[in-house]
Design a protein around this ligand. Structure first.
Ligand SMILES: Cc1cc2nc3c(=O)[nH]c(=O)nc-3n(C[C@H](O)[C@H](O)[C@H](O)COP(=O)(O)OP(=O)(O)OC[C@H]3O[C@@H](n4cnc5c(N)ncnc54)[C@H](O)[C@@H]3O)c2cc1C
Length: 731
């Protein structure tokens, strides 16, 4: 590309070593081994199934079922288990599960879901189960070891019910729980539940199901564990005729079973003859989804990054084989990469993939950090006798004030465990829905771009990299575990938390400081956009619309949802920048990477800059629309017109200021004596109260300086980067 300087750039696609530094995996050997095991399954048996057309059937075929043994043999089934139950990873498993999902979804997200749905079924038991429930179910899902003669249990998670009842909104439940008999110490319960879209249902041995009390002797809702051998009906239902994720099993089951009360997840007490479950179904689900949604977001990130190599190969080889196109000619060597649009669009896909992987892995790591602290918080509350959701909320409100105060010196590690919890929890509460919402929603849009870059090939079954399938699959990732609206609604609450906002302000300053050291990353752009977002949120929280109705409020989704979207763009871009800085710092300690790391850092910094510009643009557009869009536009016949310049006045001023009459027409809204006025909707609006916003917006636009040069450099690098001769999996 003429005039583009590329002092250091990319030689090959990022290697595992570079990824490990970027995503902070380099000192986690168990995770690295897991990546290799999951990758071998993905690019071997999974890819072969897809290439052989197994996605064309909705049924759970013997070929698909064979994947379960592959997962078992590779250790993927036991990732979720603690060592005491036969697992091999001690401590939190969020990052480990995220890596498995990422590797499998690199090839096929249905296979990833099939692997993870079993963990989703176990999650209620793992997070909120009694010690006995944990020991019983977790150990049974461990694959039978050599010499052991036992069945490996597999689970399904059943919340969603047939329309018109619940999706993932959890407010309503039609599944019912009654006391069947209560003769001895242990009550027997009758469970009636119909599920819709339940993954793993074709083969599950047990199901964790959400139900509501239909009996005055049971309080509220809960989750119960159902087993296939329980007395009654355990009807798996017919397979769902879905367009996507066909390597997983999805059915609409019907359950009518009798189970002992000990199956209530987390246990229960009996108070005045009433069974009181320790946890409502909502409490269990909240604990589960706030972790597993991150994994789903990473599935879509894997798709975007997996698209880069096939698109590069397609672009370069597009014209090879033509009689008139000689090897060595630009057309032969570069193919479609001679065209700026093709490589610019690939840069956009790659940049979005990096941002989504960065925010996804950052959030998975955050949950690994948070998990033990959250357990410790429960212990502290128990020690202090703080029981019940409301009492805990009150206690946390006091701690939140301390957490905000602590942020005056944010580098210092908080001395108080609960303050530390408040800080991490407030961020996790935002990042989890942000990853799910942005990675999957924006990811689906970007996957369309990837498919389009393959031309007609993109929509064929034999498109390299299965990109067409991945495009469709991403829509399911945006749907399950709560569609976009559910994530936006959650964000609209969590993103206004004082502790989160205090940290967000700190991050804004941090981005500015980074920009001073590393101007080419787009950090300054993100800082300006963060400032604009903060100003807009505060403005909307205290402002009413033209009709006097409050703007930032729960049922005003037209206000809260776009603002949540804007935040997601910024959070993802921030994480991407932080990852590249981490790579730069850690690679500097690695002599073996000395001759390549600068190229990776330069290229990935350019991708950051490209993404920062896009993110800032989106945030700026959204904020501007919200700030101006709820003001009534003045019209020529209302009071606003009184503020316009009347032509007689302009004429009179002409005598005092020669030329005033002519320039007034150009620069002001002038109303003639007969009422005639310029040909537009109304007098131009004036914004005396919005000067700060206008200043911030203008600053933000200026911050885009250099972003397109970064895009040119990144695009140029794409024309030179080496890729393998052939893909490493059949596609
Ligand atoms: C293949 C597949 C596998 C699945 N696996 C499981 C499983 O294993 N277990 C399980 O329990 N469920 C499962 N599900 C169900 C899945 O979680 C739900 O389909 C999903 O959460 C969406 O709910 P819904 O279909 O009821 O959509 P709806 O809630 O009807 O949503 C429809 C539209 O309305 C919008 N909307 C919804 N609520 C609001 C609101 N409050 N405000 C504004 N807009 C709103 C949504 O964003 C969406 O655009 C699966 C689904 C599929 C397709």
């Amino acid at each position: 590309m003429p005039g583009v300087a590329t002092p250091e750039s990319l030689r090959t696609l990022p290697t595992d070593e570079i990824r490990q530094l970027l995503w902070r995996l380099s000192d986690r050997y168990a995770h690295q081994l897991l990546i290799q095991s999951a990758r071998a399954v993905a690019r071997g048996p999974v890819a072969r199934l897809v290439a052989a057309g197994q996605r064309h059937s909705h049924d759970w075929t013997p070929e698909k079922a064979a994947l379960l043994q592959e997962f078992d043999a590779a250790g993927l089934t036991s990732v979720y288990l603690d060592p005491e139950h036969g697992g091999f990873i001690d401590g939190p498993k969020n990052l480990a599960l995220a890596l498995v999902a990422f590797e499998l979804a690199w090839v096929d997200a249905g296979a990833a879901t099939c692997s993870l749905a079993g963990h989703l079924a176990l999650a209620p038991i793992h997070e909120r189960g009694t010690p006995e429930q944990r020991a019983f179910y977790l150990s049974r899902t461990l694959p039978a070891q050599p010499g052991e003669d036992r069945q490996t249990w597999r689970g399904a998670f059943c919340l969603t019910e047939p329309i018109p009842y619940v999706g993932v909104e959890t407010g309503l439940l039609n599944g019912k729980l009654r006391v069947d008999s209560w003769d001895g110490a242990e009550p027997m319960l009758r469970v009636e539940k119909r599920g819709r879209f339940i993954t793993n249902m074709g083969f599950a041995t047990f199901v964790t199901a959400a139900v509501d009390s239909d009996d005055e002797r049971i309080k509220g809702s809960c989750m119960v564990v159902l087993e296939e051998t329980d007395p009654g009906v355990f009807d798996r239902g017919t397979p769902t005729r879905k367009l996507v994720h066909q390597l997983s099993s999805t059915n609409d089951p019907i359950f009518s079973l009798t189970v002992p009360a000990s199956r209530i997840v987390g246990g229960y007490t009996v108070e005045n003859g009433v069974i009181v479950p320790r946890f409502s179904h909502g409490e269990v689900i909240e604990a589960v989804f706030r972790r597993t949604r991150v994994t789903v977001g990473l599935m879509t990130a894997a798709k975007l990054l997996s698209a880069v190599e096939p698109v590069l190969r397609y672009q370069r080889t597009r014209f090879r084989g033509g009689e008139s196109i000689a090897p060595g000619s630009p057309r032969y060597e570069l193919g479609l990469q001679q065209r700026e649009d093709a490589i610019h669009r690939l840069v956009d896909i790659w940049a979005a993939g990096e941002a989504s992987a960065s925010i996804g892995f950052a959030t998975a790591r955050l949950f690994d950090e948070l998990d033990p602290i959250e357990r410790r918080k429960q212990e502290i509350f128990a020690e202090r006798g703080i029981a019940g959701a409301r009492a805990q909320m009150r206690a946390m409100a006091k701690i939140s004030d301390e957490a905000v105060a602590h942020l005056r010196d944010p580098q210092a590690k908080p001395a108080d465990e609960l303050v530390n919890y408040a800080l991490l929890d407030s961020v996790a509460n935002v990042l989890c829905p942000a990853v799910k919402l942005w990675n999957t929603g924006q990811g689906a849009t970007m996957m369309r771009e990837a498919v389009s870059l393959m031309g007609g090939y993109g929509i064929t079954e034999d498109c390299p990299g299965f990109l067409g399938y991945k495009w469709m699959d991403s829509q399911l990732e945006a749907t399950y575990e709560g569609p976009e609206a559910v994530q936006r609604r959650q964000l609209s609450i969590t993103m206004t938390n004082d502790v989160f906002l205090a940290q967000f302000h700190f991050w804004t300053r941090e981005m500015r400081a980074i920009a001073a050291r590393r101007p080419g990353t787009g950090a300054c752009t993100i800082a300006s956009a963060m400032q604009l977002w903060s100003w807009t949120l505060a403005h909307l929280q205290r402002t009413a619309d033209a009709n006097g109705a409050k703007l930032y409020q729960g049922n005003r989704q037209g206000v809260t949802f776009p603002l949540a979207d804007a935040l997601c763009w910024l959070l993802a871009a921030r994480c991407q920048i932080l990852d590249v800085l981490e790579l730069e710092a850690r690679a500097a300690e690695r002599p073996d990477l000395a001759d390549v790391s600068a190229g990776y850092v330069a290229f990935l910094s350019d991708l950051c800059h490209v993404q920062a510009a896009r993110a800032a643009g989106e945030a700026g557009r959204i904020c501007t629309e919200l700030v101006y869009g709820y003001r009534r536009h003045p019209s020529w016949d209302d009071a606003c017109a009184a503020g316009c310049c009347q032509s007689e006045a302009a004429d009179a001023l002409e005598g005092l200021i020669p030329g005033f009459g002519a320039s007034a027409v150009t620069y002001m809204d002038v109303i003639e004596a007969d009422g005639a006025h310029p040909d537009k909707a109304g007098p131009c609006v004036r914004f005396p109260a919005l000067q700060t916003f206008q200043r911030l917006r203008a600053k933000l636009d200026g911050c885009l300086t250099g972003a397109r040069l970064a895009k040119d450099r990144a695009a140029d690098a794409l024309t030179k980067v080496m890729i393998p001769e052939a893909p490493d999996y059949p596609a």
